[in-house]
Design a protein around this ligand. Sequence first.
Ligand code: 2P0
Length: 362
Amino acid sequence: ENNMDKPKIVTCTAPVNIAVIKYWGKRNEELILPINSSLSVTLHQDQLKTTTTVATSRSFQEDRIWLNGKEEDITHPRLQSCLREIRRLARKRRNDGDPSLDSTGLSHKVHICSVNNFPTAAGLASSAAGFACLVYTLARVFGVEGELSGIARQGSGSACRSMYGGFVQWIMGEKEDGKDSLAQQVEPQTHWPELRILVVVASAERKPVGSTSGMQTSVRTSCLLKHRAQSVVPERMVEMIDAVRRKDFPAFAELTMKDSNQFHATCLDTYPPIFYLSRVSHQVISLVHRYNKHYGETRVAYTFDAGPNAVIFTLEQHVPEFVQAVQHFFPPDTNGEDFIKGLPVSHAALSEELKRGIGLEP
Ligand code: 2P0
């Protein structure tokens, strides 16, 4: 019996990650090499995630991909990078003498289906989970093991961090070929089980300026970004890793908020300027600072990516109280682009779940 005649189908999921020290700016566009290191928290698998199925069969005429049910262009350069690199590793492994790989399997075409359970491109890190999942699933199909974050990085920079759970750093690296620009786990998700993440959805619309082109303009025009990459982030990475290791919430929270604010300051320093925060975002920022001031300690932190939605970090014990504060100031039925409003129904239901807080542990 020839196994290669049977279609092979593999399905995997990958979660979103939320950066607390932000990646913004590349030194090499093609290899996706960043101008600074970054650090993120990977969400739990059951929350915001991508699910990808890859099928391979001798009868497939060409590689094809469907994203959220719609066929997309497989010739996209970043997709091609990931496919090429995985096939290259598979070929290398076979040449190194691993008999479990059949030579015909490598020439087989793949059909890829990928779906998100959250709004795409609303600043909720869809490309991170998407490319992490694609690379991981392809690796399983072609029998590739080992370090894969360098391949995920070539799909989307932030995707390399979703290859690991818990607290993850993306070390920028020094080499020109990017071989040392990889993600590394700082602590596993079990390290800080009391930590909770809330998503305050201000808008599920597509962001006006995509991350890739936005950061290009920032690198070209913002001297604040240059200063940040060279003189601010290196120290902050050390401090953040230390805060995570010691489970020092106030230190973690303060660094998280300051880094989010500096990222958005570099967006404003970009010419022409980029605005990711909305009126609601600014109100959430004020609420967090007032809340912390009221209790005389830093109990809650916010961070914002390339969109207006707030990601809130807090400890388990403070979740009900902070959610109450959010609901008091952002009642679900007010006018405008407010809490949960503007979301498709299925996502509104998801948000109800998110309000209860995402644990890092199963
Ligand atoms: C981050 N963001 O560290 C930062 C914070 C957005 C703000 O990574 O061009 O989609 O694919 O490498 O990874 C968004 O950028 O950009 C991002 P590409 P990516 O999470």
